[in-house]
Design a binder for this molecule. Structure first.
Ligand code: MRU
Length: 337
């Protein structure tokens, strides 16, 4: 059974956040009653994944409207400072902002209803994305994915993993390879958890093994999520995605990105302008409580990298499949939406 990533409890007036740091060994939850607690849950990666942090932020504002209605603009600022790369966070805050000026007696309820709608929409969009993306995969497919772009990273069903779920529902036979995804191990802990719970055929790989897998066993597709897609189709995603895309190109394997339109940022012209979060060196120096090497050794720990559009075979969205040139396919959507 897949635990829910986020659940709002109306009676308790609290957001229940699945604490993803404890998975796969423990299913435990945090209760958030204020936006600052939600911001801390995002920073510490108790909740993570681009769509999920956007949804959590929307609930964070609704909670603030309920418990401390004076502080909404500050709460929005606090949430905006939590993580810089996934544009879904800022998209969600902007979607809530028009409700700030409402009279206080109706505002909290309207904001809560909006956050609940966003959660529901996210699940529906992922299902639509899944149906489009599944059509890209052959009847039997060996697929690599990186990080976790599953139910845990979203309101439910997932983006890249949603495509694999949908393909399986259509009767396709898949073998999934989950990159472990150093340093936070979202692939080994979270993607593998989802795949195991649902009875997928899968194996976990260390990140450096993907090239050898492609060369020796054969891989039919790579599919990942994204945290922000620039106007030209450059895709920011979990560190290591770029290397995987280069390996895929060398082996002539299609590289697909699955992401909702809330991940597309037309205000950012290319990947060079996407802010890349750098996280604490301790994530690299330690594995859980265990020290891997002395604190004196310097570390570089970017949480994301950018895969240039030229390496992306197609982008799967909830409205269909985008092909290069992305500058045109993305702008075309903007005009029709
Ligand atoms: O640092 P994380 O775990 O928040 O990074 C998540 C990813 O990179 C995901 O691939 C991305 O957010 C897409 S989730 C549908």
């Amino acid at each position: 059974m897949m635990p829910e990533t986020l659940r709002y409890h109306r009676k308790e007036e609290a957001l229940e956040v699945l604490d993803q740091r404890a998975l796969p060994f423990q299913v435990r939850h945090l209760r958030c009653r204020r936006a600052s607690q939600v911001a801390e849950a995002i920073e510490s990666m108790a909740v993570r994944g681009a769509p999920a942090i956007g949804l959590a932020a929307a609930f964070g504002l609704a909670l603030e409207a309920l418990h401390a209605p004076e502080g909404l603009p500050e709460a929005a600022e606090r949430l905006a400072r939590s993580r810089p790369t996934a544009v879904n966070l800022f998209w969600a805050l902007e979607r809530m902002r028009p409700l700030f000026p409402l009279p206080p007696e109706e505002r909290a309820e309207k904001m809560l209803a909006e956050a609940e709608t966003m959660l529901e929409e996210d699940r529906e969009r992922n299902r639509r994305m899944g149906a489009f993306g599944a059509s890209l995969l052959p009847q039997t497919a060996r697929v690599i994915t990186h990080c976790n772009a599953g139910a845990l990273a979203t309101g439910g069903f997932g983006t890249a993993l949603g495509v694999l779920r949908a393909a399986r529902e259509q009767g396709k036979e898949l073998v999934v390879y989950a990159d472990e995804t150093r340093p936070r191990l979202q692939g080994a802990r979270l993607t593998a958890f989802e795949l195991f719970e649902e009875g997928f055929s899968f194996q976990v790989l260390c990140d450096g093994m993907a090239a050898a897998l492609m060369r020796t066993r054969g891989v039919d597709a790579v599919i990942t999520g994204a945290d922000r897609i620039a106007r030209n189709g450059d895709c920011a995603n979990k560190i290591g995605t770029y290397g995987l895309a280069i390996c895929a190109r060398h082996h002539r394997i299609p590289f697909y990105v699955a992401a909702p339109w809330s991940t597309v940022d037309p205000a950012t012209p290319t990947g060079d302008q996407i802010p890349i979060e750098e996280r604490d060196a301790s994530e690299v120096r330690r594995m859980g409580e265990e020290r891997l090497f002395p604190d004196a050794y310097p570390v570089w720990n970017p949480a994301f990298d950018v895969t240039p559009a030229e390496l992306v075979t197609a982008i799967v969205t909830e409205t269909g499949i985008l092909r290069p040139p992305y500058e045109e396919s993305i702008a075309g959507y903007g005009k029709n939406h």
